[in-house]
Write a protein that binds this ligand. Structure first.
Ligand code: HPA
Ligand SMILES: [Zn+2]
Length: 329
């Protein structure tokens, strides 16, 4: 197993049907069905919005600090088996606030699980729901400031097309003033113009997805020259029909262009696998070789927000693993 960092993972997207049923029973929340196979059969999507509709519909089962703790602990345990050494985990506070869950419970559950995980280094990135607009994002940011020491950055997710990054300029400026890292989803369903805006208006350090950047040669040059990381999620792109099939994915072309790309699972409960499953698919279905897989793992540590010394230690581990054939997952 290659050691890796996972930098694009929505904790709410790790809600497996089994956990969904368990939490629904614990909290007295009614589900359309409690049959695991039926629930899993619903995890099929035509596009990003179809996925988001189900993702948000399932979230009311998360009510208490313990629920957030259990969800996060289960992800961290699974990620450890996938070779994850470092996780930078997105969460959607607005989705929980509108379900009546106080921020205290969300932060306490998430950070409690992170504190108790001794085999993975992990931190939180607070995401704004772009379809709720800029004012709601600013209000959420102010409400989260008392918990400033519990998260290391801000991100932008949910329905992309029609909600361009630029409208969030002010809240990203506020985050920068707080010394927070800045990332944003851009170029998943939206075009290269959204990636330009994320870079130039929001000042992001990493782009989440960013695969449509490949349609713009100037943008590719900018991303390469500035060593901007792109957190690519191959199985997600297939599940949401952003690409027809894995064999058509632009990831090999991104590597050939010398872009700082890494591999991530996005919403593993919904998209058919964790980061190790993504690596296995890249090897089996896309034909990536050991050198390419090791580069992806190495890049993930380059792109993460840990200390330079820690990053170098993990990268040395990747190199040693690659030499011993550890890409054979
Ligand atoms: O893949 C995603 N894209 C956009 N928003 C999201 N929120 C959770 N997962 C996603
Ligand atoms: Zn995502």
């Amino acid at each position: 197993m290659l050691p890796t960092a996972e930098l694009h993972i929505h904790i709410e997207g790790t809600l497996e049907p089994e956990m969904l049923v368990r939490l629904a029973a614990r909290n007295g929340v009614k589900l359309p069905t409690t049959d695991i196979d039926e629930l899993r059969a619903r995890y099929r999507f035509t596009d990003l919005q179809a996925f988001l509709d189900l993702y948000y519909a399932n979230l009311p089962v998360l009510r208490t600090e313990q629920d957030f703790y259990d969800l996060t602990s289960a992800y961290l345990a699974r990620a450890a088996t996938a070779g994850v050494r470092r996780a930078e985990i997105f969460f959607d506070p607005q989705a929980h606030l509108r379900n009546g869950v106080p921020l205290e419970a969300v932060f306490a559950g998430l950070s409690g699980a992170l504190d108790d995980a001794d085999d993975i280094s992990a931190d939180l990135i607070l995401c704004f729901l772009r379809d709720l607009g800029a004012e709601a994002a600013e209000e959420t940011f102010r409400a989260a400031l008392p918990f400033r020491d519990r998260f290391i950055g801000v991100g932008l997710d949910s329905a992309e097309v029609g909600n361009p990054p630029g409208i969030f300029q002010d809240v990203y400026r506020m985050a920068a003033a707080e010394g927070l890292h800045r990332v944003a989803h851009a170029g998943e369903e939206g075009g290269p113009d959204y990636v330009w805006e994320a870079l130039d208006v929001l000042g992001v350090e990493r782009v989440d997805h960013g695969i449509r950047a490949m349609e713009d040669v100037e943008l590719v040059a900018r991303l390469r020259d500035d060593r901007v990381a792109l957190t690519v999620c191959p199985l997600s792109n297939v599940a949401l029909r952003v690409v027809d099939k894995l064999a058509d994915h632009v990831l090999p072309a991104m590597l050939d262009e010398g872009l700082l790309v890494c591999v991530n699972s996005d919403d593993p409960a919904y998209f058919g696998g964790y980061v190790d499953d993504n690596f296995a698919a890249l090897r089996g279905k896309l034909g990536l070789d050991e050198q390419q897989l090791a580069t992806l793992a190495w890049n993930s540590f380059d792109a993460c927000f840990a200390s330079a010394e820690q990053k170098a230690r993990w990268q040395a581990e990747v190199t040693a693993s690659a030499e011993h054939g550890a890409w054979l997952v």
